[in-house]
Design a protein around this ligand. Structure first.
Ligand SMILES: [Ca+2]
Ligand SMILES: [Ca+2]
Length: 395
């Protein structure tokens, strides 16, 4: 009876709407994209868009996959090719302007040790090398595991039909015109066959996009890559420290100049989200890595292009535990808690993507926090790696 119920709804409103329906049972994708408006955002006079508050607080969550990384071994490459040394130091972590969400506050003093970090987001060619060497199958390429998924759902959640439990991922599709920005289902589609090899669905490919950031990678996929590469994901504190590029209390990796002033500084959404893109920065979707100027540390795309996974669990109140306290090398809370979706454990993402816009999301702010479940991959989620300095001392 349950399957018949779902089949009937498929006929009536299609798969996309069915996803919305399933959400009511806490089965799938919640989503966000973040909104705020960047139009005239001078540092001293930035105000969030009035309709932006709820939409920017979370990402959709996909079905769980299986963790099958135990067989992956370090590839033996001990070089630091493609990485930059970041001298450890102290910084004031957290929101720097009035766009800051409550989870970005309070600001607090953090000390991080020195580390190496990738100059760019991990690219398709790099990820291809990892796949070739290990045969790893990403989360989006696997059939969702209902037995695993239901562990994170309220008791009694109905089993979805097999037709939905198929390898898929979330792909962005611009709308035809203005839409209610609170309903992300209008521009996100659960697309069968979408994965890192086929970023926009089975008809697409990464041919000619070897230097684009890999996307549709879950946190688990990123961790598997790190294991093979002998690296790790950055902590949230390391990521923000690196993104700031040595600047103090600046909103963006380049300083405080508004995104839309002068030369394009990052790959974001310029125009009216999600239906009109002015292409001022030259890219509707993903850009090749390092298409824009680096920050003060020589790092590209710390703002925009694709969101980047961090190693930390997400807890909306984590910063409150550091109020008035100096903390050294924080590694995130022991567990995750997002009051918006208390049943779902989430990891942190940083930096924003090609979909970020101040009328919708200000993800390119260095302090902006995002979060989703570790098994979620999307068309605008990627990562970069860090590496420890041997014998480095806490500074
Ligand atoms: Ca763009
Ligand atoms: Ca990025």
């Amino acid at each position: 009876m349950q399957a018949e119920k779902y089949d009937q709804r498929i006929k009536l409103i299609g798969l996309h709407a069915m996803i919305v329906d399933l959400r009511q049972y806490y089965l799938i994708f919640f989503q966000c994209l973040f909104l705020f408006s960047c139009a005239e955002n001078k540092f001293d006079n930035v105000q969030p868009a009035k309709d932006s508050i709820h939409s920017c607080l979370k990402f959709p969550v996909r079905f769980s996959g299986n963790d099958t990384t135990t067989y992956i071994n370090f590839n033996g490459d001990t070089s630091i090719s493609g990485m930059i040394f970041i001298q450890g130091g102290e910084f004031n972590m957290g929101g720097d302007n009035e766009q800051a969400e409550s989870d970005e506050l309070p600001k607090h003093i953090v000390i991080v040790s020195s580390f190496y970090i990738d100059v760019t987001e991990v690219t398709n060619i790099q990820f291809q090398q990892f796949i070739n060497a290990t045969g790893y199958i990403t989360t989006a390429e696997r059939k969702p595991d209902w037995e695993q998924l239901k562990k994170e759902l309220p008791p009694g959640t109905p089993t979805p039909p097999d037709s939905l439990l198929t390898p898929s991922s979330l792909v962005f599709k611009p709308t035809q015109g203005p839409v209610d920005l609170n309903n992300y289902n209008q521009w996100w589609t659960w697309k069968k066959g979408a994965n890192w090899r086929h970023p926009e669905g089975p008809e697409s490919s990464i041919f000619g996009k070897e230097n684009h950031p890999v996307v549709h990678v879950s946190w688990e996929d990123a961790m598997a890559y790190c294991k093979w590469a002998g690296k790790r994901l950055p902590t949230e504190a390391e990521w923000e420290y690196a993104a700031r590029g040595g600047l103090l209390a600046s909103v963006y990796p380049w300083g405080n100049e508004a995104l839309d002033c002068n030369t394009p500084k990052a790959n974001t959404w310029e125009g009216k989200f999600p239906y009109h893109n002015s292409l001022r920065d030259g890219f509707l979707k993903i850009a090749p890595v390092a298409s824009f100027s680096p920050n003060g540390y020589g790092l590209h795309d710390m703002a925009g292009n694709v969101w980047e996974w961090c190693s930390d669990w997400y807890d909306y109140s984590y910063y409150e535990s550091f109020k008035g306290v100096q903390v050294i090398n924080p590694k995130g809370p022991l567990d995750s808690y997002d009051p918006q979706e208390p049943f779902t454990k989430k990891r942190v993402l940083r930096g924003g993507s090609f979909l970020c816009n101040d009328t919708y999301c200000s993800g390119y702010r260095v302090s902006r926090r995002m979060k989703t479940s570790p098994d979620t991959g999307m068309e605008h989620i990627g990562f970069r790696c860090v590496k420890d300095i041997k014998r480095s001392k806490p500074v």
